[in-house]
Design a protein around this ligand. Sequence first.
Ligand code: PMP
Length: 471
Amino acid sequence: MFLRRDLWRRGLRSSPELRRLLLRGFASSPPAPPSIPPFDHQPLPYTGMPGEEILAKRKSFLGPSLFHYYQKPLNIVEGKMQYLYDENGKRYLDCFAGIVTVSCGHCHPDIVNAVVEQTKLLQHTTTIYLHHAIVEFAEALASKMPGNLKVVYFVNSGTEANELAMLMARLYTGNLSMIALRNAYHGGSAGTIGLTALHTWKYPIPQGEIHHVMNPDPYRGVFGSDAGRYAKEVQDHISFGSSGNVAGFIAETFQGVGGSVELAPGYLKEVYNIVRKAGGVCIADEVQSGFGRTGSHYWGFQTQDVIPDIVTMAKGIGNGLPLGAVVTTPEIANVMSQKIQFNTFGGNPVCSAGGLAVLKVLDKENRQAHCADVGSHLIQRLKSLQQKHEIIGDVRGRGLMLGVDLVTDRKEKTPAKVETAVLFEKLKDLGVLVGKGGLHGNVFRIKPPMCFNKADADFLVDALDYAMSGM
Ligand code: PMP
């Protein structure tokens, strides 16, 4: 009932689709809802502040732009591997991993242990003194990179990583203009918000010389999967909009916030050639797609057979720790030595110990292969569901980096905004938490902790099926 009221409040009351959805139910008696797979963990009783009080305090003391998921926001108080628990002890399957951040699983014991042990010994000094953890972590991270990407800078977030990458590109090339894709998200700082193209995230302040080129989106893009035609537009921007030269090109190979869009095959190869000919460097934003999540490769850019000049990462690198990194070549890193480049918390002992533990867990538990295996099972099941439900316009992605694009008309690809909002709430009630994204908010983003297994995948698809069948 609250759903009807809240959609009403959001101004959707006059929508005929909504009225139809709210009035419709299961044609006959409803089937039993699917149950969450068994899991051997007892959450602690919660004695803290109730959700309503937290919400009231958020409104009083935190910024007004803070948004939350769900009509009645969840108060999540505990996490264990791929599951989350709310204040009442209800368990949810986490298919969004704190926005693609909890790579190994919530409170993974190896990572908790590494962080706790380091915290007990030494929490902080900065890089003015030597410490083994930062070099061990840097060496391990560099060993995961192809080509000559060997020099690591540690920062605290994805935004900071992209800020630094943009600075490097401009200093190294002596050029100013940057190229980013429409539908991209690269951060929320004064600089990176310029790279970010999604209008909901942008403030109207001057951004410097940044060109947003067409998104090579195989499903919604005007040229479909024709990478060459999208690449030509990049060349046009450089030739006519940027006096023939450019500092850098940045792209996520799998757009996260933009709705799990995998760039048209072959696009990065063509564009990297164009950008390098114009004197620019190529930056891969791996904040969401790195660390084996795509299953077929460790890094998203490898799916396009390219080697960037600069790679930025965050989120999954720390399994929840505030940690980001930029990896580049010694040649590019050299320009940074013109001045002092310093970051108080970058590579601090605690985050370095935690980050190293993440890399070890991913290797030890063979997570890349696991993502490939579970991901292909999940994609196959989602594609079968697409045969059954007209509302599923597109199922895309790789490994555990997937998107389900919901439409009201398959031919026109009309975003099913209202239906997505309704299904989103229904999934939560069934115990499934997914992400929502895309320009129109009509894409379910499925990017769970990488310990997510086939039983979880089946539960997710059964829950989607159940929710869609009742529409
Ligand atoms: N790049 C990408 C691809 C992202 O998804 C994000 C965060 N959603 C960022 C950069 C910015 O990261 P952070 O929020 O850690 O600053």
